[in-house]
Each structure stands twice: as structure tokens, then as C-alpha cells.
Design a protein around this ligand. Structure first.
Ligand code: SF4
Ligand code: SF4
Length: 370
């Protein structure tokens, strides 16, 4: 029999859940959620888990990651229990629980700490970058104060620790999914069939589109390219495209810096997509266009703003390299671009960004086993 933990409700509220314990189990959220599928209890079952403090059930649940935070359930909740916000808080709680150092717990629970760690990491990464660019004017100033070796080694330690935390987090999630309801586990689809279902979902956002078509009349008459599913799609594929372009650029270094190299063309197209998606996502949050954009927390802002800065400074550098404008200002822009991009990667396991791996994994488990 599962242990009951009444303190869990207090804990989960620190991750951004509202009055989810006001729920009186009417079932409206389940009825309106387009992703309820055959599971007649989704998302209501999570309220029950939270009220009873059934931590294990939450952490081993792949369904938790299937929610796209459209907010339709919150809009239709007669008790203002905000089940959509509660699901988002549970995902933050899960990300923090999979990560071994405890840092994510502090980042999600305390905004001042989150800002502090982001700034400190930016400074350390900035200094580390200068050790790779020792000819920069700023590098010479810094090395006069702090020795090169101290900065370089500190950077390497941080890279190793964050990398290990990321790998740990992914394995922890896989272990929990595999253990969840072990006795009921049955094969649902073959390996390839479940992998292809994940890629179809990532490529088409079929499930997210169901959310959009159901959420508030606001989106009903709007063109697809400004709907939240397309905004999410643009950010995700833009970022993946930029990662590929960076790797290709690194492998096939081009001394002539031509913008017509395939990696550059891919980078430009992916950058445009990411800028488009992040700009709209930021605008929707500032304007609070629908219920789901009203409760943006710091983790969401940081992720979006970092992606936007990485995209904008990336384009700035492309132009400045194209016109050979090598000066102190552009060196600072390069540092800013690289620091923000590295922070996105390094804070992967410690931020909302972790969902970029956890959701596809959850989808795979969801499609593969019952
Ligand atoms: S709609 Fe609100 S009150 Fe009804 S079951 Fe869902 S969370 Fe509970
Ligand atoms: S936020 Fe949307 S997808 Fe998530 S449970 Fe509520 S209605 Fe379903």
C-alpha cells in the first residue's frame, strides 16, 4: 500500500502549483483535456497523487510529460485549482528530483538563487572562453588579475559536473519509467513503431495541435503559423537545426567563412525559425494572450530570453564576420553569444530545458509499453 505524505502538497506549491488541493474531483479537467486519450483519469489522477503525496507514482509517470500546458483544464475548473499550472509544477518537481546535486531544487524554489547561479555561471563561462581566445583585448586584462590555469581548470570542472548531472538525470528518469507499475508492463508497440511515433509527434506536434484546437476561442480563427503548437515547433526545430549547424561548422571549418556553405544555410534557416518562435512566445507572455500564458515563471522567462539572445547575437556575428568587422564590441557580442549558448547546454539538466529530452523519452515509453 502506498504511503501517504500530507506534506507533499506544501512542497509542490513551492514549485509553482496553486490551490490544487481545492479540487473536488468533478472531472471537468478530464472531460476538456484533448489529450485524455483512453486514460479517463488524466489529468485528475495527478491531483489525487499530489493530495496523497504519492511521490513515486508522479516520478515514474510518463503521462506527466504528455501534457502540453495548454491551460484548457484550468480554464474549465470550477474550483480554480489550476490543474494545468499544477501539472507544470509537477514537471519542475520531477526535473529537480531526477537531478542528483540538489541544485535544481534551489533554482526552481528560489528566484534570487536562480538569478545568482545564472550570473555566476555566466561570469565563469565568460572567463573560461577568454582562455580559448587569449588574443582578445579583454583576455589580457583578465589574465593580469586571475591566472589562466585557474580559470581554465574551473571551466573544465563545471563542464564535467554539469555533463554528469545531465547523464544522471536521463538515467534516473529511464529507471523510474521502467520500474513504474512493473507488474502491469506489457508491450504495446514494436521498438521501431514506437520510435517512429515519437518522431511523427515531434515532427508534426499532432497532440499539441489537438490542444490548440480545443483551447479557448482565441486560437480558433487564427492561422496555424501563429498558434502555440507552431511556436513550440519553431523553437524546438530551430534549436536542433542550430546544434547540427554548429557541429557541422566545427567539423568542416571554412577559412573563407562563406555564407553559402550547407552548414551556414542550415544555421541561418534554423536561426530564423528559433527567433520567430521565441519572439512570439515572449510576446504572448508579455500580452498574456490566453490563460496558459498568464502564469509564466522565472524558469520559462530565462529559457526563452536565453534562446532569443543566442539567436539574435548569432545573426549579429554572422553579419559582422561577413563584413570583417573585428573590434572590441563584436568581441563582446561573441562572448555574450557563446556564454548564453553554453549556459543553455550546461543548465540543461537543471532547468525547464530538460523537458526537451524527458518528453521524447516519455513519449517513447508511452508508445512502447502499457
Ligand atoms: S476541474 Fe478542477 S475541481 Fe474538477 S477535477 Fe479537475 S481540478 Fe478538480
Ligand atoms: S494543460 Fe492542457 S494538455 Fe495539460 S492537462 Fe490541462 S488540458 Fe490537458
Amino acid at each position: 500500500m502506498a504511503k501517504i505524505n500530507p506534506d507533499f502538497a506544501k512542497e509542490i506549491k513551492k514549485y509553482g502549483a496553486k490551490d490544487f488541493d481545492a479540487c473536488y474531483n468533478c472531472g471537468n479537467c478530464t472531460a476538456v483535456c484533448g489529450l485524455t486519450d483512453k486514460n479517463a483519469n488524466f489529468p485528475r489522477i495527478f491531483i489525487r497523487y499530489g493530495t496523497l503525496g504519492q511521490r513515486k507514482e508522479i516520478l515514474s509517470s510518463k503521462e506527466l510529460w504528455l501534457c502540453y500546458a495548454c491551460g484548457e483544464c484550468s480554464l474549465n475548473c470550477p474550483r480554480q485549482a489550476a490543474p494545468g499550472d499544477y501539472m507544470a509544477a509537477l514537471r519542475r518537481y520531477a526535473i529537480a528530483s531526477y537531478e542528483p546535486t540538489g541544485l535544481t531544487k534551489l533554482i526552481f524554489k528560489s528566484n534570487p538563487f536562480s538569478i545568482f547561479i545564472t550570473l555566476i555561471l555566466a561570469v565563469i563561462l565568460g572567463f573560461f572562453l577568454l582562455t580559448i581566445k587569449p588574443d582578445y583585448i579583454v583576455s589580457r586584462w583578465i589574465f593580469d588579475i586571475i591566472p589562466y590555469d585557474v580559470i581554465h581548470n574551473m571551466g573544465l570542472v563545471i563542464f564535467s559536473l554539469t555533463g554528469l548531472s545531465m547523464v544522471w538525470g536521463v538515467f534516473s528518469l529511464i529507471r523510474k519509467f521502467s520500474k513504474g507499475k512493473k507488474k502491469d508492463v506489457k508491450k504495446k508497440n514494436s521498438l521501431w513503431s514506437s520510435i517512429s511515433k515519437v518522431f511523427i509527434e515531434l515532427g508534426t506536434m499532432k497532440r499539441y495541435r489537438i490542444c490548440d484546437s480545443e483551447e479557448e476561442s482565441h486560437w480558433k480563427t487564427k492561422p496555424e503559423i501563429i498558434k502555440p503548437w507552431f511556436v513550440h515547433w519553431s523553437i524546438m526545430w530551430g534549436f536542433i537545426g542550430l546544434l547540427f549547424a554548429t557541429v557541422l561548422d566545427f567539423i568542416f571549418k571554412d577559412p573563407a567563412m562563406s555564407i553559402w556553405l550547407p552548414s551556414r544555410i542550415l544555421g541561418t534557416a534554423a536561426g530564423i525559425m528559433m527567433m520567430y518562435g521565441t519572439t512570439l512566445a515572449i510576446y504572448y507572455r508579455i500580452k498574456k494572450v490566453t490563460r496558459s500564458y498568464k502564469n509564466t515563471n522565472l524558469a520559462d522567462w530565462v529559457l526563452l530570453i536565453f534562446l532569443w539572445i543566442a539567436g539574435f547575437t548569432g545573426f549579429w556575428l554572422e553579419v559582422s564576420v561577413g563584413i570583417a568587422a573585428e573590434n572590441l564590441f563584436n568581441q563582446i557580442i561573441f562572448l555574450l553569444h557563446t556564454v548564453v549558448s553554453m549556459e543553455l547546454i550546461l543548465l540543461f539538466a537543471f532547468s525547464k530545458f530538460a523537458h526537451a529530452i524527458y518528453r521524447p523519452l516519455a513519449l517513447w515509453f508511452y508508445n512502447n509499453i502499457v
